[in-house]
Design a protein around this ligand. Structure first.
Ligand code: BES
Ligand code: ZN
Ligand code: MG
Length: 505
């Protein structure tokens, strides 16, 4: 794992093996390049020869002698810091990603990177330090647990972030926070990447207990089928009983010192494998469905970070964990089930299982915690990929203020969200002739992501500020974002941690 430090020395005075230079498209006239020119007289013509133009995604490495030592100069293009929707912050994160991946591949032991002037980004310097550090840690994640040759052979490079010394305490604290958040994100990614024969509901619930055991101020409670029956969780149970693996319902609780603190409840879909159940998925659609617990993993990561960052907000994380399998005991099409709040649903498709377990979890959150804010995060619908692809999480809420807060946190952290319409035009899509609702929208309505949210809406009491986040497109396999790598992205952790830390009633 890379280790990150702050350095008070100016850039070139650091005695390191690698120097990362972020260059904008107008770099020819920049102070950085004229400085390097002094050292390395032909650098500008070399960059030109190699068609380096400072565009986003461009990089160029030069091996040269500095202080008689072989050094790596890694030039990273950053475009023109395009100030649209905080795209400039995202470009910076990807520039850091490119740098870390390059340093790692060259096995550079130590390197320095300049933190750019923060005013360009419209944020304070500590925030910039935090964003860069998190991106660096995220770039360094790779799932190697089952790669005999690679596992345990981590890169242990040092990365120095060079800043001026204007805000010493602020940037130190920001780096500490970044370490906490990044560790939680990478843990979330690891859980989501673990194969479903190992990462069963029991395994995931044990991980939650382990985390709570290691962090002061975080409590964990777990229950299974028996208590779920007592609570009348017909949604949770109808998915759970089809599997040989017993489902687990995990409650993680962070209690601040302040007694009259507001409460935020977050609920994550935890289907450790989604075969579709009796409405079995075709084989090619089933591959990858280990990721269907990414929402629950994000809740775990968020709670892990929150309990260490200690905001003055009570935060409760709920993780209904089940495996969706077909069997003689499994729920089937035409079944009618009853949820914890007494409402009923006709099962039209057992593959629309996430909303069933979330429904009971939403009921549980409101019954026992009376939250001011309720947010669920779930790999809920394939439709979400059609609507928004891989770069935006779908946001569905009727609360404009909550929508805006989540959007701002998303732009700041890189876990970007985009609102989908959520008005009553879609409500009738889940009508049923035999029950209060059906578990899947009538095909003529299309808009599967929206109709799924309308299903969940039935389980949110009036007056509760609720938002639904569909992460089906953003939880893994995001193409073209270097710092997210190949598998799980840990989506949700950056967003929810930032949201909770800034939350004021
Ligand atoms: N876990 C899936 C959602 C999903 C599908 C995510 C494909 C990513 C890619 C969910 O449980 C599911 O199967 N949803 C169905 C719902 C439908 C039957 C109403 C879907 O989206 O097809
Ligand atoms: Zn699913
Ligand atoms: Mg499904």
């Amino acid at each position: 794992m890379v280790s990150i430090e702050l350095t008070k020395k100016i850039y070139w005075d650091n005695n390191v093996e690698g120097y990362v230079i972020l260059l904008t498209e107008d770099f020819e006239s920049s102070a950085d390049i004229s400085f390097i020119e002094k050292f390395y007289p032909h650098v500008l013509s070399i960059l030109k020869k190699h068609k380096f133009k400072g565009k986003v995604g461009q990089s160029f490495t030069l091996t040269a002698l500095k202080n008689e030592k072989l050094s790596q100069f890694v030039f990273i293009g950053v475009g023109m810091w395009d100030r649209v929707w905080h795209q400039e912050l995202e470009d910076l994160r990807r520039a850091v990603g490119a740098a870390v991946l390059k340093l790692k591949s060259l096995e550079v032991e130590s390197a320095v990177i300049q933190v750019p002037e923060h005013n360009v980004f419209g944020v304070e310097q500590p925030e910039l330090v935090k964003q860069m550090a998190i991106a660096a840690f995220m770039s360094d994640y790779k799932f190697t647990t089952f790669k005999s040759e690679e596992k345990g052979k981590d890169w242990s490079g040092r990365l120095l972030l060079a800043t001026d010394v204007r805000n010493d305490a602020g940037r130190e604290a920001a780096l500490e926070q970044a370490k906490i958040v990044a560790k939680a994100i990478n843990h979330t990614r690891h859980l989501a990447d673990m194969p479903p024969n190992i990462a069963t509901p029991t395994y995931v619930s044990e991980q939650a207990k382990k985390i709570a055991g290691g962090v002061q101020g975080l409590k964990c409670a777990v229950f299974g089928r028996e208590l779920a029956e007592e609570f009348g969780m017909g949604g949770f149970l109808t998915v759970d009983v089809g599997s040989e693996q017993e489902g687990k319902f995990v409650v993680l609780e962070y209690e601040p010192e302040q007694k009259d603190a507001p409460t935020i409840a977050i609920v994550g879909k935890g289907v450790t494998f989604d075969s579709g159940g009796i409405s079995l998925k075709p084989a090619s659609y089933m591959t990858g469905m280990k990721f269907d617990m990414s929402g629950a993993a994000a809740v775990m990561g968020t709670m892990q970070a929150i309990a260490q960052l200690k905001p003055s907000v009570r935060v409760v994380g709920l993780m209904p964990l089940v495996e969706n399998m077909p069997s003689g005991r499994a729920g089937k099409q035409d079944d009618v089930i009853t949820f914890m709040n007494g409402k009923t649903a006709e099962i039209v498709n057992t593959d629309a299982e996430g909303r069933l377990i979330l429904a009971d979890a939403l009921c549980y959150a409101q019954k026992f915690y009376d939250p001011d804010i309720l947010i669920d995060v779930a790999t809920l619908t394939g439709s979400c990929l059609h609507a928004l692809g891989h770069s935006y999480t779908a946001l569905l809420t009727k609360d404009e203020k909550l929508s805006e807060l989540l959007r701002v946190s998303g732009d700041m952290t890189g876990d970007r969200v985009w609102p989908l319409p959520f008005d009553d035009d879609f409500k009738d899509a889940i009508k049923s002739s035999v029950a209060d609702m059906s578990n899947s929208g009538t095909p003529t309505y299309k808009a599967g992501t929206i109709t799924a949210a309308f299903f969940l809406n039935n389980f949110v009491e009036k007056g509760v500020s609720w938002a639904h986040l569909d992460i089906a497109g953003t939880a893994d396999g995001v193409p073209g974002v270097n710092y997210l790598g190949k598998g799980a992205t840990g989506v949700g952790v950056r967003l929810l941690v930032d949201f909770v830390m800034k939350y004021k009633r």
